[in-house]
Write a protein that binds this ligand. Structure first.
Ligand code: ZN
Length: 143
């Protein structure tokens, strides 16, 4: 993907974040994620039904990378089963750690494939994805 196209996708998600806004609905599991090395503080809500991610919402104060990444994450993981989501999370994290990963399943999230060149932005891109991981782990320990 060429760098201009990547930048335009990131900018679009930053300016028009998808699935933004917290519901405070009790059917959602909520987590708060902080990134001390940036301004980022995100609340993330996930609704899981029949082992499937039915909805993802988020809100808070966040930089361009963190906001766009949360938006792309919500679109990528919504509608996926827990197993599919875990696989995508692992591949996203591998991409940022410069390990082998599966491009096909990451959908739009591959726009961050060169963010490892800016180590201080890596956590911005990962923050919301870690939030989902946290929720999935919580659900696992409960069931
Ligand atoms: Zn940030």
């Amino acid at each position: 993907m060429n760098p201009d196209f990547k930048r335009s996708i990131i900018l679009d998600h930053y300016q028009n974040p998808r699935n933004k806004g917290i519901t405070n609905d009790k059917d959602y599991t909520k987590v708060n994620m902080n990134n001390e090395s940036c301004i980022d503080e995100l609340n993330i809500e996930i609704k899981i039904k029949d082992r499937k991610i039915e909805d993802i919402k988020y809100d808070g104060e966040a930089c361009a990378i963190s906001t766009s990444s949360a938006s792309i994450m919500s679109e990528t993981l919504k509608g996926k089963t827990i197993e599919e989501a875990e696989n995508i999370l692992e591949n996203f994290s591998n991409m940022l750690e410069e390990k082998p990963y599966d491009k096909e399943i990451l959908e739009e999230a591959i726009v961050y494939d060169d963010i490892h060149n800016q180590p201080n932005r890596k956590k911005c891109a990962l923050l919301s994805w870690w939030g989902v991981e946290k929720v999935l782990n919580e659900i696992k320990t409960k069931s």
